[in-house]
Ligand binder design. Structure first.
Ligand SMILES: [Zn+2]
Length: 147
């Protein structure tokens, strides 16, 4: 039981709190830091789970990456991939859907690919979600080489 960020030994309580919240082992310092970041950016907990899922698969994701206009939930910079976690489907209005489409258009124009992932699949199928994103990263990397 060690913090994945700093390698510090975890107490049972820290281990349990962190696993319950993020499904990853973090010491109190790193857990509180993550909670602050989430409060500040209104980050869904699934974004944090996916962040650590991708990290443990060997990727180097960035959480709450600022693209110059807005904060993206997750970004994989080497293949210019933005990942947004959708949390409120029932509440999605047509204005929000239109905004999402416009954001997707702008990111494509800047050479970025944006994918939107429903939070429920991260909640229930974290490993499968990570595997699929790894496949998308592979595909993007192959396409970048072709260009
Ligand atoms: Zn730590």
């Amino acid at each position: 039981m060690k913090c994945v960020e700093c390698g510090k030994e975890l107490s049972y309580i820290d281990h349990r709190k962190s696993i319950e919240m993020f499904n990853v082992e973090l010491c109190e310092h790193h857990r509180l830091r993550m909670e602050r970041l989430m409060r500040k950016n209104n980050t869904p907990v699934e974004a944090v789970k996916l962040y650590y899922g991708l990290k443990s698969a060997g990727e180097n994701p960035m959480l709450e990456w600022w693209d110059g206009k807005r904060s993206v939930d997750l970004a994989i910079s080497r293949v210019k991939l933005n990942i947004e976690i959708d949390t409120e489907y029932q509440m999605l209005t047509h204005e929000q859907a239109m905004n999402d489409l416009e954001e997707t258009m702008h990111s494509f124009q800047n050479g970025f690919t944006t994918i939107r992932i429903p939070h429920i699949i991260i909640k229930h199928y974290l490993q499968e979600t990570v595997q699929n994103i790894m496949g998308i990263i592979e595909g993007l990397r192959a396409n970048i080489k072709v260009i």
